[in-house]
Every structure is written in C-alpha cells, then in structure tokens.
Design a protein around this ligand. Structure first.
Ligand code: ADP
Ligand code: TRP
Length: 321
C-alpha cells in the first residue's frame, strides 16, 4: 500500500492545510510506504517570483518536517527534482479530453480570483495526475477541494489502460478525512490563503492571538445563550480541544453568562498549545542548517528510482521505445 501526497509551496501553511493534508499524511506514514513531495512546479501557476518560490519551498519543507513528517518513514522530495513527471504529464495529456479539464472547478475558481488563465493553470490536473501515477500510488490524502482532481486522475488511468493495456497505470483512491474535510476560516468560509481568512500553523504569538480575538461574532449579550450551529469559534475549537473541553464549551454556549471574548480566549489557548511541540521541533530544525536540503536531496534520490521504473514501463507501453 503506497500513500502519496503533494503540498504546494505557495505561502504560509495554515490550520486547514494541517488537518486536511499534513496530519493525515503524518498518520499514514505509519502504515505502508509514504511518498510526500513539495509541488513547486504547481506553485509556478501562481508564483512568478524566483526568490519567493525558493523561499516558499524551504519554508514548506521545514514546516512539514516540524509537523511530524519523518524522513526515516516517508520519502520526501521536491517535485522539480524529478522532471520525469513532466514527461508523464505530456503522455497523459495526449489522452486527456479538453472537456474533462473544462469542467474542473479549481481552474474556474482561480481565474475568478484573478489568477492568470495560463495553459499551465488549465493543465494543472494533468500534472497532478502525473505526480500520483508516476509512483504507482494507491492512496492520496487530500482535502475535499482536490477530490475532482483525483477523479480526473482516475479517468486518465482508465483511458491509458484501455488503450495501452490494463497493467500500464495503477488506479489511486482519494483519502478525504471526513471530520476535517473543510476546516472553516476566520470568516466561516473554507479556510484558504486565497480568502485571507487563515490561522497559520506557525507565526508570531501576538499576531496570531490578534487573529483569533478578531473573529467576528453576532451581537449576543454576555448573559444570552449563544448559538452553537455554524459557530466558527466552536468549529475551530473542536479541532484542538479534547472531547471534554469541547462538550464543556458547548454547554457554556447554551447556558449563557459567558461572553465571546472568553470563548475566543479558550480557542486561542487550545490552538497555541496544540502546535507547541511542532514549534519546538521547528526551532530544532532551524538550529541545524543544511538539514532540510539534505532530507530533500536524499528523498529525491529514492523517489527517482521508483519514477524511472514507472516511466520506463509507460514509455514502453505507449510505443516510445
Ligand atoms: P489554500 O486553499 O489555502 O490555497 P491549498 O489549496 O494549497 O490551500 O491546499 C493544500 C492542502 O491542504 C490540500 O490537500 C487541501 O485540500 C488542504 N486544505 C486546504 N485548505 C483546507 C481546509 N480549509 N480544510 C481542509 N483541507 C484544506
Ligand atoms: N493540488 C494539490 C493542492 O493544491 C497539490 C498537489 C499537487 C497534490 N500534486 C499532488 C496533492 C498530487 C496530492 C497528489 O493541494
């Protein structure tokens, strides 16, 4: 059983990334083989500044390692260290109907948010399919928003295998953790860096606290009972708190007598404490210069062996040699 996932280095990682992608990946590295990478080719669809891209790759690698990715258990590399993925993307694109990509929400969403409608942005799902298929992946942990891209990937496997033989590519399954499929942002929409509503995993204490304390609530008075449905404070608290703490917070909402300021304080403390061990680990890694690069380089070496074997199989199936 092989698990693979990619994380885009396109900004500061947030709590949605942690629960939707990083934590499931860290848990799955305990079972079977784990292949994780930093999707820097993908980030180029939105980042055109070389310095920024390089810094973001380093930052995401550091953060992922701090959050529990264990290079002894998981192969961890930078996507662009294995350019074979671009060749597989080309091969896949030759069987990919335009309509399949035209239906993809993420392309339309990004264009409507002002991202330039480039060919790469349109073909993004094909490169993502290549990432997954180049490693014969069985399981792909992702957030709900990536589900459609996994469907595109499976469609492409079917097309390739119908045409070139059933043994050519492996069908992957998406793994979408139910409870946290959609972590809400500070404004109640899905947490996303594009909506500017995130709680970062790492950051300066005062600035992060301010973000929590500024969550907009209704104008219920301190003594009033507070609604529990659709409460961002409660939904976020649930991710960090124990079941008992969460139940107590629900009861306190229903009873009234406690203001939103107190609830936000509880949320702040649970969030800050939750990431304390990761912050400590991150500092240890920062004190060890060269470590992150070394991990990525070793990972690329290991990943490449697998990639070469699969690409040779595909090349031969499609008639390239
Ligand atoms: P963003 O929406 O901030 O641009 P990305 O698209 O880079 O985040 O997502 C990286 C990973 O984190 C993906 O697997 C994605 O599904 C997951 N993810 C992002 N935001 C959330 C969220 N709010 N809830 C759950 N998972 C999320
Ligand atoms: N598209 C994914 C995202 O935005 C990142 C990604 C690229 C990925 N290639 C992948 C995720 C392969 C899983 C598998 O989050």
């Amino acid at each position: 059983m092989r698990t693979l996932t990619g994380l885009q280095p396109s900004g500061t990682l947030h709590v949605g990334n942690y629960f939707g992608a990083m934590r499931p990946a860290v848990q799955l590295q305990e079972e079977g083989e784990a292949f994780y990478f930093i999707a820097d080719y993908h980030a180029m669809t939105t980042t055109h500044d070389s310095g920024e891209l390089r810094a973001n790759v380093g930052g995401v690698a550091l953060d992922f390692l701090a959050c529990g990715l264990d290079p002894e258990k998981a192969v961890f590399w930078r996507q662009s260290d294995i350019p074979e993925v671009c060749e597989l993307a080309w091969i896949l694109s030759t069987v990919c109907p335009m309509g399949l990509l035209q239906r993809c929400h993420s392309y339309k969403d990004k264009v409507s948010q002002g991202v330039a409608a480039s060919h790469a942005l349109f073909a993004y799902p094909v490169l993502m399919a290549a990432d997954i298929l180049l490693f014969d992946s069985d399981r792909v942990p992702v957030g709900e928003d990536q589900k459609q891209h996994l469907e595109v990937t499976r469609d492409l496997v079917t097309k390739i295998n119908e045409n070139y033989g059933e043994e050519t590519l492996v069908h992957p399954e998406a793994v979408i953790p139910d409870a946290v499929a959609k972590v809400p942002g500070l404004d109640g929409q899905k947490m996303s860096k594009s909506y500017n509503n995130t709680l970062p995993i790492f950051g300066e204490e005062k600035a992060l606290r301010k973000k929590v304390m500024r969550i907009v609530t209704d104008s219920a008075a301190v003594e009033d009972p507070k609604p529990v449905e659709g409460s961002v404070i409660l939904d976020l608290f649930k991710l960090f708190a124990t079941a008992e703490e969460y139940d107590e917070m629900i009861a306190d909402h229903k009873a009234g007598g406690i203001g939103y300021g107190d609830f936000k304080k509880r949320l702040w403390e649970s969030y800050w404490n939750f990431f304390a061990p990761m912050r400590e680990r991150r500092q240890e890694l920062l004190d060890n210069p060269g470590y992150v690069d070394k991990v990525l380089k070793e990972g690329a070496g290991r990943a490449r062996e697998q990639a070469r074997a699969v690409l040779d199989r595909v090349r031969s199936a499609v008639g390239l040699h």
